[in-house]
Design a protein around this ligand. Structure first.
Ligand code: ADP
Ligand code: MG
Length: 696
């Protein structure tokens, strides 16, 4: 039996270890930095570095690395050993405060969106003391932020940390105004639910599309998909259960509070949810979770797919970003309490979120846009591309009553009568679930559901924090000199909810009526990354980030270019992989199969002219027709990829890839999949959907 409490955090230089191993004054100073964001002293850093090193070496570490989250979308690390020359020609293990605080990876090979020429290659990583260091593979990992020599932000963590600071300071101002002077810090909390696929490594190794792009570019549907709904929450297969148990243990050692695991809707699809943490730690932990998932899968002869749409025709994978705001005095600011109708503080924070989501719906949309997520959003799956909010019956009724100035009647927590004596009756939640909403209130938090499975959650969270901070600071400015605070608040809340009620939608987000209704309401409906990303640099969005000190205008431009470039590159790699698969394997396989059919027909006829060769000839005819179209389409796709090199503008290029190249890829796939259904399995070069999806 695993002793979970003993195992938990055993690989983390966490609070308990710091208290044990640091001089008391150092520990106190470090805690102040972690809890109140106070600047850190060099002598404290030296002392922390030494304690960290001693612990790491005791644990068998030889190396340390600054661990950061550049704009590539995956984490980066550069390992240095602790060795230091001693006077006798031997070495000692050393780690200074300077090394802890600052690292210098060459920045020139990380995406910067053109803000930094390669001759200005220097980049710095800076220790983030709010996220604890940990050990993996005999290396001490130090979470860091990453910026260029000239100070431009080159990572995803820095804007998140800044947005947390900003939201905290504004929310504290507001709370002080409301008389809560004991609050000194406000943090945003996040619990990301992570979906993933798990397939057999042997199948994976035979699919270049999975290897190069993370998704299948060809593949006819299996006779069975997810239509029987027998996988969701179904009993977990032995091999998967072993993987999950191993994964839990690995994550627990790293201090990740892995809590819930279950099968998801599609065959071979699963989910893991942790207990929530501050946005910053939740982000680091989610990045770690994804990495550990992949590594653990390897040990079980499996491959973990985090692509948003690895298989056509069955659900893709997303991530639910549960988000809330709480104070250092332990209050969740999005908890309506027993009497939300009298809870002006809650109403004020709720209004800020409603206004933020309405005014910056385009940012929320574009922050979840990616080549992979384009297959989900706006494609009749998961949340739609239109951002709206679901509040549930109770809060919906409250908002209506505020807008209309009428008395509020709660739907109330009613008793759930199970009707069976041995089953306990219990209180129902006040809001039912609306699984179709991209941004749903779920009791005391919001669940942003439009994230793709592989996304770094720092981005949606810094956007969310910043836009809510902006609205709160506008509220603060309006209220700070109010003569009668209560009536001013009521007026502000009522006006805000009235002006922004169009973002609230409690119905079925998948319906065609909603698309039409959303258009009448003037909500955005950006179906793909290029459409959405174009709005990143809209003036109102640039102003938001610049005014709140999150990123500068040139950094936003850089991010915009990086996202667009990344998108174009991904589709290009997919197109090239398809062409390769088509020319080197699919076309030759079909030709061989057709040959064998015609050999069979000739052989039959030579035995006796009376034998029917209907089966062979009809197959030859239909396959040859499709093959001809397939070969022509492959050539067309090849030309289209070549034409892309004429584009110089990143937005125009990404749009071209989306509209032209991507469309040709879908057409080529249809032809390929049609041939797969008619070609003998022994000739088809790739494992089928059935073999992959039901192969574990
Ligand atoms: P679901 O039924 O959608 O899986 P759960 O109630 O199990 O929802 O919670 C989902 C996630 O929400 C969990 O990761 C949980 O820790 C997180 N969560 C709960 N409360 C908060 C909060 N105050 N802030 C952020 N996340 C939270
Ligand atoms: Mg959920």
């Amino acid at each position: 039996m695993t002793n979970v409490p003993a195992l938990f955090g055993s690989m983390v230089f966490n609070d308990r270890k710091m208290e044990e191993r640091l001089p008391h004054a150092t520990y106190k100073a470090l805690k102040k930095t972690i809890q109140n964001g106070e600047p850190l002293d060099q002598s404290v850093a030296n002392s922390v570095a030494n304690a960290m090193k001693e612990w790491a070496v005791e644990m068998g570490c030889t190396h340390y690395t600054h661990w950061f989250q550049p704009m590539t979308g995956v984490t980066a690390e550069k390992h240095d050993s602790f060795i230091y020359p001693a006077s006798d020609g031997q070495v000692i293990m050393e780690f200074s405060g300077k090394e802890l605080i600052k690292g210098e990876p060459d920045a020139s090979s990380f995406p910067s969106g053109g803000i930094r020429a390669t001759f200005e290659a220097r980049g710095y990583t800076t220790w983030d003391p709010t996220s604890p260091a940990f050990i993996r593979d005999k290396t001490l990992y130090i979470p860091t932020a990453f910026c260029s020599y000239t100070g431009e932000v080159l990572d995803k963590k820095t804007p998140l940390l800044r947005s947390m600071e900003k939201l905290s300071s504004v929310a504290v101002d507001v709370l002080h105004l409301l008389g809560k002077t004991d609050v000194s810090r406000v943090t945003t909390t996040v619990g990301p639910e992570q979906e993933y696929f798990l397939i057999d490594k042997k199948m994976y190794d035979k699919r270049p599309d999975l290897i190069y792009t993370g998704r299948t570019l060809f593949g006819a549907p299996a006779p069975k998909g997810q239509e029987l709904e027998d996988h969701y929450f179904g009993s977990i297969k032995t091999r998967v259960a072993a993987f999950m148990a191993d994964l839990d243990e690995e994550l627990w050692k790293l201090g990740v509070m892995a809590k819930t695991k279950h099968n998801e809707v599609a065959p071979s699809q699963h989910e893991l949810a942790p207990i929530f943490a501050t946005s910053n730690i939740a982000t680091d932990h989610n990045e770690l979770t994804m990495e550990v998932m992949k590594k653990t899968a390897e040990r079980h002869g499996l491959v973990c797919l985090l692509h948003e749409k690895p298989f056509a025709g069955v659900n893709g994978s997303g991530k639910h970003n549960n988000w809330s705001i709480s104070t250092n005095t332990g209050e969740n600011l999005l908890d309506p309490g027993k009497n939300p109708e009298n809870n002006l503080q809650f109403q004020l924070f709720l209004s800020a979120v409603v206004k933020a989501v309405h005014e910056y719906q385009d940012l929320l949309r574009l922050t979840v846009a990616s080549a992979g997520n384009d297959h989900r959003l706006g494609a009749n799956e998961a949340p739609p591309a239109i951002i709206s909010m679901y509040l549930g019956d109770d809060l919906g009724a409250l908002v209506d009553s505020i807008i209309e100035g009428k008395e509020y009647k709660s739907c109330g927590k009613s008793e759930m009568l199970t009707g069976v004596d041995v089953l306990a009756d219990f209180k129902k939640d006040t809001s039912d679930r609306n699984r179709t909403s991209p941004f749903a209130f779920t009791g005391n938090k919001f669940e942003f559901r439009a994230l793709g499975s592989s996304l770094n959650i720092a981005c949606p969270n810094y956007m969310l924090n910043t836009m809510v901070a902006e609205e709160l600071s506008q509220f603060y400015d309006e209220l700070k000199n109010a003569e009668d605070l209560e009536s001013s608040m009521k007026e502000l809340i009522r006006r805000t909810l009235t002006e922004h009620k169009d973002i609230i939608f409690n119905g079925d987000n998948y319906s065609d009526e909603w698309v039409a209704e959303a258009e009448r309401r003037g909500l955005c409906n950006y179906r793909s990354l290029p459409e959405a990303m174009a709005h990143y640099i809209d003036k109102k969005n640039v102003d938001l980030f610049v005014k709140n000190g999150i990123v500068s205008e040139s950094e936003i431009r850089a991010r915009y270019e990086i996202e667009l470039e990344h998108y174009s590159k991904q589709i290009r790699i997919e197109a090239l992989t398809m062409i390769d698969m088509a020319e080197k394997n699919i076309t030759p396989a079909v030709i061989s199969f057709v040959n064998s059919l015609s050999d069979a027909a000739i052989a039959k006829k030579s035995l006796s002219n009376t034998y029917s060769v209907y089966a062979e000839t009809s197959l030859i005819e239909s396959l040859s027709g499709t093959l001809e179209a397939f070969v022509k389409k492959t050539a067309e796709l090849k030309d289209a990829v070549n034409v892309a090199s004429y584009y110089t503008d990143e937005l125009a290029l990404a749009t071209y890839y989306r509209e032209k190249v991507f469309t040709l890829m879908s057409e080529l796939r249809t032809l390929g999949d049609e041939m797969e259904t008619k070609t003998s399995a022994s000739y088809w070069p790739y494992p089928s959907y059935g073999e992959i999806l039901f192969g574990v």
